[in-house]
Design a protein around this ligand. Structure first.
Ligand SMILES: [Zn+2]
Length: 107
């Protein structure tokens, strides 16, 4: 199960909007930080501008990483280069989402 906010593994945290009489699904979360964000959203987890922007940020970070590798033929990449690219993209996506929700919660 993934965290509803940052998509990392959920680690025992959650939010049940029905307990505060809000009609929204119960979600699993990874941390108190993401739980706090969810609480501010009152459990409403829908695709929004933050997620779209997070994908763009991840794309830019991934592209910058590819430039540092200096090889455009991806079939010639090592396993470590692939793993590093995925790490850069996922980390960028998660960091962007956390910052976006912290700076501009959509409620
Ligand atoms: Zn999380």
């Amino acid at each position: 199960m993934m965290c509803a906010i940052c998509r990392r593994d959920a680690r025992g945290y959650g939010f049940a909007p029905s307990f505060i009489r809000i009609d929204a699904p119960t979600v699993k979360l990874c941390s108190r930080r993401c739980q706090d964000i969810t609480g501010k959203l009152s459990g409403m987890i829908d695709p929004n501008k933050h997620e779209t922007d997070a994908l763009l940020a991840a794309s830019i970070s991934g592209g910058a990483f590819v430039e540092t590798i200096g090889k455009t033929d991806l079939s010639g990449w090592t396993e470590q280069e692939w793993a590093a690219l995925i790490d850069v993209i996922v980390t960028s996506f998660q960091d962007f989402l956390r910052q976006a929700y912290a700076d501009d919660p959509p409620f």
